[in-house]
Ligand binder design. Sequence first.
Ligand code: FAD
Length: 400
Amino acid sequence: AQRCVIVGAGMAGVQTAVALREEGWAGPITLIGAEPHQPYDRPPLSKAVLLGKAEDSALDVDFGGLGIELRLGVHVAGLDTAAKELRTEGGPVPYDTLVIATGAEPVQLPGVEGVPGVHLLRTLDDAGRLRPVLAAKHDIVVVGAGWIGAEFATAAREAGCRVTVVEAADRPLAGALPAEVAGPMTRWYADSGATLLTGARVESVAAGAVQLEDGRRIPADAVVVGIGARPATGWLAGSGVELGPDGAVVADDRLRASAPDVYAVGDCASFPSARYGERLLIHHWDNALQGPRTVAGNVIADCCADPTGVAYDPVPYFWSEQFGRFVQYAGHHGAADELVWRGDPQAAAWSVCWLRDGVLVALLAVGRPRDLAQGRRLIEKGARIDAGKAADPGTPLKAA
Ligand code: FAD
């Protein structure tokens, strides 16, 4: 029987293994993960798990019952696509089909190696180290006002810590949202009692303080770095699997990598979106849930020489819980030419619609989950909407 090996036992790897079984893959499935823990979900790490409201976030999957061999605590160090073998400390692991699902690694600040009290937030172990920091109500400096920085600052304020967020850009979420949309979110920090310093760059970090380039020195019992993540693909160096400038495995529209019988999915892979006319690299949970179904379908189709594979072309979706607000986003606004506000961004709940040639391409909803649900369906359909009507938050979003 054909053996499918999946590298990376996060959301994307686990869902791929499960989807393969659901779709009828009869051969052995081996799921290899570097972390020692039972596979778990990451979003709760910056929310309930961090605050001790949940012990862990293990995924509820019966691996044994599904006939999925789980090899945990195993780091895959290399790939030989000619021999169809993975290199691990415990010896080579052969495959017939390989799925790369190694996710992403957080970017570290330069020069902080060995400095005590500097943290990242990506893994269960990271969250475990941060929990006592929050419980001790320390002075904390968060570097980066992105999604992770905002969620961590929220938890730290809730725990009663003094929180300063240092952001190099002039606003939060600068990499993700345009200024006019992210601008109103600046106030959320102050309202929660956190201090947000924008346009501020870290010069150095020493035990007990963060030194900014402008001369300011901020006391810090702990520093949490949230300045982004990069695909965890270093182990593919020299394998011949094509990586993009962003470090992502360059997958095709069926999530196949450049080597035979190799696929890639989740945070580690970029794919061409026909819907948006560009290559997307998505670091969000829903992509690690949806992508695996496409991979599983294509692995089975390709293996059975069935040409009817399925293209992956999702409407991206994610959510964030920050400063008491539920923020949701669907679509991709890169090529939008019109922005429509639904409600006042100073209020507790509002949404923003992005249109291109009158077609809804993306939507951000703050505390308006119904807008998100309606908007997501319209985006999926490629529906045209009436900008005037969409601007009235009292009427449901619908096709023109
Ligand atoms: P990962 O979850 O990173 O899993 C990859 C696994 O592969 C890891 O366990 C890693 O150890 C393993 N691995 C890597 N290299 C190797 C190797 N060489 N050998 C063996 N194993 C290897 N998204 C949202 O949409 N909403 C949220 O609210 C949200 N909150 C988040 C909060 C936090 C704290 C974090 C970190 C992420 C959050 N995300 C959120 C993003 C979401 O969790 C990720 O998009 C998702 O986890 C990606 O899944 P993945 O399986 O592709 O990668």
